[in-house]
Structure formats: structure tokens, C-alpha cells
Ligand binder design. Sequence first.
Ligand code: NAD
Ligand code: DAU
Length: 342
Amino acid sequence: MHHTILVTGGAGFIGSNFVHMLAEIRPEARVVNLDALTYAGNLENLEPVAKNARHRFVHGDITKPEDVEKAFQEAKGLGGQLFVVHFAAESHVDRSIVSGTPFVTTNVVGTQILLDASRRHGVEKFVHVSTDEVYGSLGDTGLFTEETPLAPNSPYSASKAGSDLLVRAAVHTHGFPACITRCSNNYGPYQFPEKFLPLMIANATEGKSIPVYGDGMYVRDWLYVRDHCEAILAVLEKGQVGEAYNIGGNNELANLVLVRHVLRELGKPESLITYVKDRPGHDRRYAIDATKIRRELGWSPRFTFAEALPLTIRWYATHSGWLQRVRSGAYREYYARQYGAS
Ligand code: NAD
Ligand code: DAU
């Protein structure tokens, strides 16, 4: 029997990469993609599957039960066993510092509405796509494991931790078949250029300055988005109900080191680096211990940073129209507010 996968947030960065991957490696699967098309959602990201008869797009908001119901009806109409992969979220830390309310609305309330509908419709498995940021910040050493206590520091990560707890409660109280994934920083095609990596690629390409927060020595563990998507699929197909799985690439880099890699790849000068005001409450370091998913589900990243960074840079170079379109309008206003004159 075929599977029908209801994906939320599939017009965003990771969700669209996941949907493309399904079309490629699970071509028999039916996919219903529920997305509100916020500033971060972009139908252009779905062009590669637009003509695929097994893929359907539903324009709707996870905070509206009637929209969620519409997506489930669409999915049920496609038959097969029903699965949910939940990406939809407000995802940018800096925006959550400006205003936390949309984060609570979508990430917390929206997740509960989706959980309630998923339970009512008897889904086989629900994968909640969360983040390593729920664990808080690390010092110079150590790694986040699945046992690390949740200690979120930003309104974004607090809202994601809240949604993780609601998923945990659904499993514990109702025997709901859910898993949680917690991944480190992703990079790759279709990432909205408010995030640091596409922002620096776009700015450097145009010879514009690259805003580095604070001393630039904040550390993130960078993973190519395709590897993240394959890990989520492994959890969907093989993950143990009630378990959380950390996902990471063993690829810790200080922000300044990352910028230097990108400038070198693009043949641009380091003089583009501009130090700007730090992010309030900026987490110093994230690093993931992904032993559990490697051991139990046999997943490991296929792409090295040395391969995937040039692939990513090339993607943005060959999709300059995409980049221009997302950098216009609402994004411009946000950028001006966030970075002022710098
Ligand atoms: P994104 O901001 O690029 O995309 C989010 C998508 O969700 C957009 O298409 C948007 O339109 C949609 N959306 C937002 N609010 C919605 C609502 N109320 N109803 C329906 N759709 C809505 O985000 P992303 O970077 O692709 O992240 C996807 C998920 O992965 C998020 O849950 C995020 O917390 C998690 N995550 C991201 C990273 C990363 O590095 N980007 C790492 C780990 C986990
Ligand atoms: O760790 C997973 C998380 O990674 C996801 O849950 C989030 O959705 C995703 O946005 C990302 O969060 P970060 O805050 O780590 O990503 P961001 O791209 O915003 O920033 C990466 C690092 O670069 C961080 O230390 C802040 C810094 N930075 C960011 C921007 C936008 C800068 O120095 N300058 C900038 O202009």
C-alpha cells in the first residue's frame, strides 16, 4: 500500500527540500503540503513538483482548525496509510526577539491544533521537526544529547520547546505515535536570505558588507539540508514512537570561519566583514551528539562541508532570479529594521 504524507510548511526552506526528496526517492508516496505562505513560504520553491500528480498543495494555516481539516480531507482522499511531517513554524530567532507572539501562535498553538487533528484522523506516525536550540547554549566543550535538559533561551527556541512538550504529552497521555527530531543549523538551496549563510552569499556576491554579530566567535554545527531531510525520512519510517533523535553533522564552525570560507569560495575580500551589534541573549555554541540516530536508524550524513558549501554557493549563483524576488518587498523592510544603516 502507498503512503500519504501530510507535510506542513513544505513551501519553506527545509520543507521544500523534503518534498523534492520524496518525489525523487519515494516517488510512489502521495504528498499533501499544507502551508500558509507567510513571508518565508514561497510557491516558487515547489516548482520542481508543481506538475507531479501525486503532490497537492493546500494553502492554509495550522492555527486554523478548518484549514487543517481541509488538508486532512485532501490527504484521506488520496488513500493509503497516513503520516504527518510537521515543519511549519516561525523559524527566525531575530524576528522572535522583535516579537514573540507569532512564534507562540504558530509554533505552540498551531502544533497543538495539528496534534488534535492528527489524533482524530488516526495517523500512523507524526514527526515533529524541532531544533537543537531547545537545549540552550554550550560552553567550549560538550555536546547536546537527547538527555540534555531543555533550556531554551530565545522566544523562538522557547516556543519550539513548548511544542516539543506538547508532542511528548500527546504520546504520554494518548499513546499518540509521534517522534521528535532536533537538528543543528541547515544550509542549502531555497533558504530564506534572512538566515546567515544565504544572507552572506547574497551580500558578498553583490560586494555588500556581511554583518557579523558580536565577536563572530559563536559556534554552530552546520548540516547540508539534504542530509537533514534523509534523517527525517529515517525517523518517519523507522523511528521508535515517543523517542527524540538529535541530527547533526559533526561540523562545528565559528561564524567568522564560515564567513571566510564563503568569501574564499566567491573570491571576495575579507574587508566585507562588518561587525554589528550582537543578538540579545545570543547562544554561544551548539554542537550535536548524533550517536543515537546513527546507531539505531543507520543514518549518517552523506555530504561533507567541503562538498556541500560549493554546491550551495553554485545553487544561489544559478538562481539569482529566485534570490532577487525573495529579497524584494517585505524582506527589504525587515532587513532595514534589523540592520539599520549598517
Ligand atoms: P522556514 O521559515 O524557511 O519555513 C517555514 C514554513 O512554514 C514557510 O513555508 C511558512 O509559510 C510556513 N508556515 C509558517 N507559519 C505557518 C502557519 N501558521 N501555518 C502553515 N504554514 C506556516 O523554516 P525552515 O528553516 O525550513 O524550518 C522548518 C522547520 O525546521 C521549523 O520547524 C524549524 O524550527 C526547524 N528547524 C530549522 C533549522 C534550520 O537550520 N533552518 C534547523 C533545525 C530545525
Ligand atoms: O540550530 C538550529 C537553528 O538554526 C534553527 O532552529 C533555526 O530555525 C535557524 O534559524 C538557525 O538558528 P540560528 O540563530 O543559529 O541561525 P542564523 O542563521 O540566524 O544565525 C547563525 C549564526 O550567525 C548565529 O550565531 C547568529 C549569527 N548571525 C546571524 C545573522 C542573521 C550573524 O552573525 N549575522 C547575521 O546577520
